[in-house]
Design a protein around this ligand. Structure first.
Ligand code: FAD
Length: 510
């Protein structure tokens, strides 16, 4: 131990396997996923209570699967509503683009798209955290400095209203500390900027009584003097997001001016303004998401204009990717792995390479929708980006694969694809049956050739008794897939030789 780390350890107030900076949706979800793997976490949060200003209003079925995994889906069902879709119209109300969401249950076992109120979600996550024996949450604690040694990482914190500071130690640190991340500054300040940067005013209102004529669709009023978005939120909440003009700021908008801006849709007799705020919509991705034992996730790692409702979703995707990898590094002794350092680096570096490619596709698509909103122009380029079918002016949701990462050496076409969640023959959804763990889905003819003891610890689902899973394999044209805990496919196989190779390789990763 160096003299410096001796000093730190003697001051250390508390320790955990993983220290998480920030208890927004990204940090909370990470802690709850790590709990599923038996990993202890300490969350350090600057604020005393959850951020009251509503920001996110949408998440999709992939994210609901993560919420299902951490055990909050049932509580969420009470406060969310199904979202039928989004329409883009020009100043004459002519439909430019329709992005409908299927009304039924999607292949992921949930509706494709939900509307929610971010403080409701954060409250449900906090309640779950406070019931967990493996998660400590320290609010009113601002992280001011981040250091790492060979075996651990240390956080220096300032407590609200107190002179003294505290020091915490963990094996890994994940900065889920939002757009102005202090952890990011210990990794890299370099970002890729995609160039979209605008100020928008957000006005949240509470209707005094129902106003069905506003409709359930999200409406994008494009190309107006002031482009505007209308969102049908749960209960009596409704939102308008309105583009600002150069020089305008929040103080420009008196109450009268706010009502004028939304006067086409609602009046003070019908609603109260719950809050208004100006946000800067940015489009950036950090160049580095890891430095040794330090990581960033969520808004700390990337920012997107909210036109697809994917900012928070991307943070949840980040931590679903990272949590099981961190857990493996914390849990496994791996005496048999000759070069443990190289194993850990391959595993942990794959977090950034897999996630950056995925989140970049969402950001680029959101920017192309932003261009449509600003100009009414449905150019070929922006349409292609957004998955738009020119004949029907209908848009489909994108489902980006992972970037190159784990399993790349298999050169398998299905690696990095998302796997659906059918209901199994027992009546339960796939993820409820197998949990946040790897699972082998295999056809009977291949299963009977497998050795009695698989080289990896994983659940096995034989399609002989699971016709829905057989259909999933048919769609992928394979006879077996190995799913990672985050439900992406590590690799697929059509014969026993390929399956053996896949399982051997997976021995390093799952
Ligand atoms: C108008 C608007 C609409 C949006 N709509 C959507 C949408 O529909 N769907 C969607 O998916 N996303 C949407 N987003 C984005 C979404 O709100 C964010 O992506 C999400 O809140 C990011 O979560 P996070 O946990 O990464 O960061 P944050 O929510 O910012 O949480 C970071 C936490 O870290 C704490 N913290 C910061 N620094 C420190 C420190 N030094 N020490 C200790 N704690 C610290 C903060 O107090 C905070 O609690 C929208 C955003 C806006 C502004």
């Amino acid at each position: 131990m160096t003299p410096a780390s001796q000093t730190l350890s003697s001051q250390c107030t508390s320790s955990a396997d993983v220290l998480i900076v920030g208890c927004g949706p990204t940090g909370s979800t990470l802690a709850l996923l790590l709990e599923q793997c038996g990993i202890s976490t300490l969350i350090l949060e600057r604020e005393q209570s959850i951020y009251p200003m509503p920001r996110a209003v949408h998440f999709d079925d992939h994210i609901m699967r993560v919420f299902q995994t951490i055990g909050v889906a049932e509580a969420l069902k009470q406060v969310i509503r199904y979202n039928p879709g989004m329409r883009f119209v020009d100043p004459q109300n002519k439909l430019l683009l329709d992005w409908p969401r299927p009304q039924g249950i999607s292949e992921n076992g949930w509706h494709s798209s939900y509307r929610f109120h971010q403080p409701d979600l954060e409250k449900i996550l906090r309640d779950k955290i406070s019931a967990s024996p493996l998660i400590q949450l320290k609010t009113g604690t601002q992280v001011t400095d981040v250091q790492q040694g060979h075996n651990d990482a240390t956080l220096h914190c300032q407590l609200n209203n107190k002179e003294n500071s505290e020091v915490y130690r963990g094996r890994y640190v994940v900065g889920c500390d939002g757009a102005n991340s202090v952890v990011r500054s210990s990794i890299s300040q370099q970002v890729v900027d995609f160039g979209f940067n605008e100020h928008w005013l957000v006005i949240d209102v509470l209707l005094k009584h129902d106003k069905p004529e506003l409709g359930d669709y999200t409406m994008q009023h494009c190309g107006r003097h002031r482009p505007a978005t209308y969102v049908r939120c749960p209960g009596f909440r409704r939102r308008w997001e309105i583009a600002l003009q150069p020089g305008e700021q929040h103080s420009t908008f008196t109450d009268d001016k706010l009502w004028q801006l939304i006067g086409d849709w609602v009046s003070p007799q019908e609603a109260i303004i719950e809050r208004s705020a100006v946000y800067e919509f940015k489009s950036q991705v950090s160049r580095r998401w890891r430095n040794g034992r330090l990581f960033i996730a969520g808004d700390a790692a990337h920012l997107t204009p909210p036109f697809m409702g994917q900012g928070m979703c991307a943070g949840v995707r980040d931590v679903a990717n990272l949590a099981w990898k961190l857990a493996l590094c914390c849990n496994r002794a791996q005496p048999d792995i000759a070069n443990r350092e190289s194993y850990i680096n391959t595993l942990l570096d794959s977090y950034q390479s897999e996630r950056i490619a995925n989140v970049t596709q969402y950001i680029e698509t959101a920017i192309s929708l932003g261009e449509l909103i600003n100009t009414c122009s449905t150019t070929q380029q922006s349409n292609n980006q957004a998955g738009v079918d020119n004949n029907t002016v209908k848009m489909k949701s994108i489902v980006p694969t992972l970037g190159e990462g784990l399993g790349a050496e298999l050169a398998c076409e299905v690696t990095g694809y998302w796997f659906p969640q059918p209901r199994l023959s027992c009546g339960d959804l796939l993820d409820d049956v197998v949990g946040y763990k790897p699972v082998l889905v295999v056809r009977p003819e291949l299963w009977k050739l497998c050795p009695d003891n698989l080289p990896i610890p994983c659940a096995v689902l034989n399609t002989v008794s699971e016709p829905e899973l057989a259909t999933c394999l048919d769609a992928l044209s394979v006879s077996a897939v190995l799913l990672r805990p985050d439900r992406y496919i590590l690799g697929g196989a059509t014969d026993i030789k390929a399956l053996e190779t896949l399982l051997f390789l997976a021995g390093n990763y799952v």
